[in-house]
Design a protein. Sequence first.
Length: 327
Amino acid sequence: MTSAASTPVVDVALPDLERWAAGNAGIPYVWRFSSGTGDPAVTVQALTHGNEVCGAIALDWLLRSGFRPVRGTLTIVFANVAAYQTFDAVDPFAARCLDEDFNRVWDADVLDSARASRELARARELRPCYDATQFLLDLHSMTDPCAALALAGRRRKGIDLALAIGMPEHVVVDAGHQAGRRLRDYAHFDDPGDPRNALLVECGQHWEASAPIVAQQVMLRFLRHFRMAEAAFIDTHLDTAALPPQRTIAVTDVVTIETAAFEFTIPVAGMLTVAAGGTLIARDGARAIRTPYDDCVLIMPTRRPRRGETAVRLGRYLDAASMASYQ
């Protein structure tokens, strides 16, 4: 059963991003560097959520390194900086957002509506960056300790991109959240007939020391995949240790919290496999939530249940035959 957890240790140093506030692309905290050679147009983003700091650390490092692409155009985005600026280690979860989740508004009906919030204002400001992006890497982290995950969306092109990058080990095939569309699934990124593509990587627990390392290594592999970095830069900074083979997991069910009385009935952890189908894993008021099949994987179970949000995704590992069915 879950209970209010103690505040985790913040084991990383948060960078001062004010040095990047002006940007150079006409939008605050957005930097763009062109090689002058045309495509590809690649964007790497951090701070989709203000308390997920590993990507900000990685992008701060990349900018301070003086990196410039040798092919295509690289755009660097610090997204919800206003939320990040409220970060307080006493209550680090509070800096996730200001008014609403920046990563649940990426539907044209929402973006073009009269609805107002500080996150929506920032999303509308940044929207031209994503409209001009061919390949997006969105760096995230997780509430609880968990192996890093690539969230590839529901299209084969997303799976292929995650496998081409080569890390992290677990590649999750999913359609997102009922609460709203993610940036990873925005417009052309989710169109199977459009070559433009996006990858969301959860790099580990928000404030553990290893998460920025994962963010940096994924970013380097992303840049290498699109041949944007000089070989010497990659050779200097890329960890060449052997990586575990990647495994792909399809999300079959998303448990959305319906009441204020949600609780897990078993100890849960990210990537926990529950052997027997029909196992009771949670109650949501009067609703009993059970695993729908044997060897069910619990993906990113929530630490702080809130009505309307995702409690946990349920998934199963895919074999080669199952992978062939994705378009």
